[in-house]
Design a protein around this ligand. Structure first.
Ligand SMILES: Cc1cc2nc3c(=O)[nH]c(=O)nc-3n(C[C@H](O)[C@H](O)[C@H](O)COP(=O)(O)OP(=O)(O)OC[C@H]3O[C@@H](n4cnc5c(N)ncnc54)[C@H](O)[C@@H]3O)c2cc1C
Length: 378
C-alpha cells in the first residue's frame, strides 16, 4: 500500500523527532512522524531534565552548541507553551557540585575563571563561584558535609520532562504534524542518490525528505545504506524520591550522582552509566543501591524519603559521545539527528531549529559541521 506523500517524514518520536517536526511545521512544511511504539517515551521519557552547561575545559563546538541551546531555553519554553497550551515547569535554581578533592577544587577554580571571563552575569553576580565548606553548608544545610567546598553554577536550570514532552506532542498536533504510532520503519527504499520511501507495517511512506531521529534504533535503519556513523545505547538507571517538604534548593551533584529537587518535594536522582548493558532496560539491585547510597550520603535525611519510581533508559550515544546532526553523505534527501547521549533534553531547542533550517534551506550554522555524519565517520 502506498501512503499519501508528505514533504518530510521524520522517523522517531522522541524529543529530537518531535522538536524537529514541530519546527518544520512552523515553517509551513507538511510533516509525518513515524514512531515504532508511542511518541515521547524511550530515552526522552527517562531523562531527569537537568540543564547545566558543559565544563569550559571542553570549550569547543560541543560546549558552544550546548550553551547556545541552554541560553535559549527560556524563550523555547515560552514559544512551546504558547503553541501547545501546555504548562511546562522550567526553573533556573543553580547547581552546587560538591568538590571531593583538592584537585577537583583546583579544576573548579579554572572553570570559574574561564566562565566568568566570557559568560554574562546573573542578577549582577558571577555565573560561577567557588564556595568554602562553610558557605556550602550555609547555602544547603541538609548536606552531610562538603570538606572541599562546592562549585556553584548559577546558570543551571531544570525542566519538567513529562510536561515538556506533553507540550511537544500537543504543539505537533496543533501545527498539523501527522503522528503515526506503532509503526516501525524497517527499511528505506533508495532510488539513485535519494531515499524514495520508508517501509513500515507493510506500507510505503513517500516524502521529499527523510529525517532520521530514531535514537538507538538508528543503526538498524541506517546500516544497509552506510547512512550515518554508529549510535549505541548507554543504559542509565534513575529514581524519584518524595519528601514532605523541600530539603535542598539547588541541583546538587557529587561524583556521578545528581539530585534535581522540585518545590513540591520531588527529588529526581540520577544516574548510572552502563555502556556494557546493551539494550537491557531492567533496574538492578546494584543500580538502585548506587543511587540510594549516593543520594543519602549527600543528604542523610533522604533516608526517610519515599521511593516513588525507579526506571532505566537507553541514551543514544554518537561517536566520541557527540551527536550526529546533518545531511547524510549517502543520500541527498536524508538527514540524521541522533546520539545526544546525556544532554538531549538540553540540546533539543537548538537541534530542532538547526534541523528544520537545514532541511528547508540547506543552511548550517558555522561550527555545526563538527556534528555532520561525515565528520564523525572519519
Ligand atoms: C537516565 C537518563 C537520564 C537523563 N537525564 C538527562 C538530563 O537530565 N538532561 C538532558 O539533557 N538529557 C538527559 N538524558 C538524555 C536524553 O534523555 C537523551 O539524550 C534524549 O532523550 C534523546 O532523544 P532522542 O529523541 O534522540 O531519543 P529517544 O527519546 O530514544 O527517541 C527515539 C525514538 O525513535 C523511535 N524509533 C527507533 N527506531 C525506530 C524505527 N525503526 N521506526 C520508528 N521509530 C523508531 C523510538 O521508539 C523512540 O521513540 C538522560 C537519559 C537517561 C537515560
Amino acid at each position: 500500500m502506498v501512503d499519501g506523500a508528505t514533504d518530510v517524514v521524520v522517523v522517531g518520536g522522541g524529543v529530537m523527532g518531535l522538536t524537529t517536526a514541530w519546527q518544520l511545521a512552523q515553517r509551513g512544511v507538511s510533516v509525518t512522524v513515524l514512531e515504532q511504539a508511542r511518541c515521547a517515551q524511550a530515552a526522552s521519557r527517562a531523562a531527569l531534565g537537568a540543564l547545566w552547561p558543559l565544563p569550559m575545559a571542553r570549550a569547543g563546538a560541543m560546549q558552544q552548541m550546548h550553551r547556545k541551546s541552554l541560553w535559549g531555553y527560556a524563550a523555547f519554553i515560552q514559544s512551546l507553551q504558547a503553541a501547545s497550551e501546555v504548562h511546562v515547569e522550567y526553573q533556573r535554581r543553580g547547581k552546587l557540585e560538591l568538590l571531593n578533592s583538592p584537585d577537583a577544587a583546583r579544576t573548579a577554580e579554572e572553570q570559574c575563571a574561564a566562565a566568568n571571563a566570557s559568560w554574562p552575569k546573573i542578577d549582577d553576580k558571577p555565573v560561577m563561584e567557588l564556595l568554602t565548606d562553610q558557605q556550602t553548608l550555609q547555602s544547603e544545610p541538609a548536606l552531610a558535609h562538603a570538606p572541599h567546598g562546592a562549585h556553584l553554577c548559577r546558570w543551571s536550570g531544570q525542566v519538567n520532562v513529562d510536561q515538556l514532552l506533553a507540550a511537544l506532542v500537543s504543539a505537533c498536533h496543533r501545527s498539523g504534524v501527522r503522528m503515526i504510532e506503532a509503526t516501525r520503519v524497517d527499511r528505506l527504499e533508495s532510488d539513485g542518490d535519494r531515499i524514495a520511501a520508508a517501509h513500515a507495517n507493510g506500507q510505503r511512506f513517500l516524502a521529499d525528505k527523510f529525517v532520521l531521529c530514531a535514537g538507538t534504533g538508528l543503526p538498524a535503519i541506517a546500516a544497509a545504506h552506510d547512512l550515518a556513523p554508529p549510535v549505541t545505547p548507554v543504559k542509565g538507571q534513575a529514581l524519584l524520591l518524595r519528601v514532605q517538604k523541600e530539603v535542598i534548593r539547588h541541583i546538587v551533584k557529587s561524583g556521578m550522582i545528581f539530585l534535581v529537587p522540585w518545590q513540591d518535594g520531588r527529588i529526581l536522582v540520577g544516574s548510572t552509566t552502563e555502556p556494557e548493558a546493551g539494550f537491557d532496560l531492567t533496574n538492578t539491585a546494584d543500580g538502585i543501591v548506587f543511587l540510594i547510597n549516593g543520594a543519602t550520603q549527600i543528604v542523610p535525611s533522604l533516608k526517610t524519603a519515599v521511593v516513588e519510581r525507579v526506571w532505566a533508559g537507553l541514551r543514544p550515544t554518537g561517536p566520541k559521545h557527540r551527536p550526529v546532526m546533518g545531511r547524510s553523505p549517502a543520500f541527498s534527501n536524508a538527514f540524521v539527528c541522533a546520539g545526544h547521549f546525556k544532554i538531549g533534553i538540553g540540546l533539543a531547542p537548538l537541534s530542532g531549529t538547526f534541523m528544520a533550517e537545514l532541511v528547508t534551506t540547506g543552511r548550517t550554522e558555522p561550527g555545526m559541521e563538527a556534528f555532520a555524519p561525515q565528520s564523525l565517520s572519519e
